[in-house]
Design a protein around this ligand. Structure first.
Ligand code: ZN
Length: 85
């Protein structure tokens, strides 16, 4: 009888990235649509992230109060589309 590999879901690992706004290493967390209950201003495009829209929050390790909410696409394109800070 073949031994079936257990299909446990992989543990959620934190994703770390360089945050261009603060110049610091930041933790990137996905915000699910149901968890997005307030509008946020995306620093990438300076447009609003509407409530109910899944996005990412970028939390500098050194100072969580400097966290910023980004559209997922804006964050992924942060290197190629300078938002003109
Ligand atoms: Zn954006």
């Amino acid at each position: 009888m073949a031994h079936r590999k257990s299909q446990r879901p992989a543990p959620k690992r934190a994703i770390f990235a360089h945050d261009p706004l603060t110049g610091r290493t930041a933790e990137v967390r996905a915000i699910q649509p149901h968890a997005a209950q307030k509008p946020y201003r995306c620093p990438g495009c300076r447009q609003e992230i509407a409530p109910g829209v899944g996005h990412v929050v970028v939390v500098p390790l050194a100072d969580a109060s400097e966290r910023r909410h980004w559209h997922t696409a804006c964050w992924e394109n942060r290197a190629t589309r300078p938002p003109g800070w």
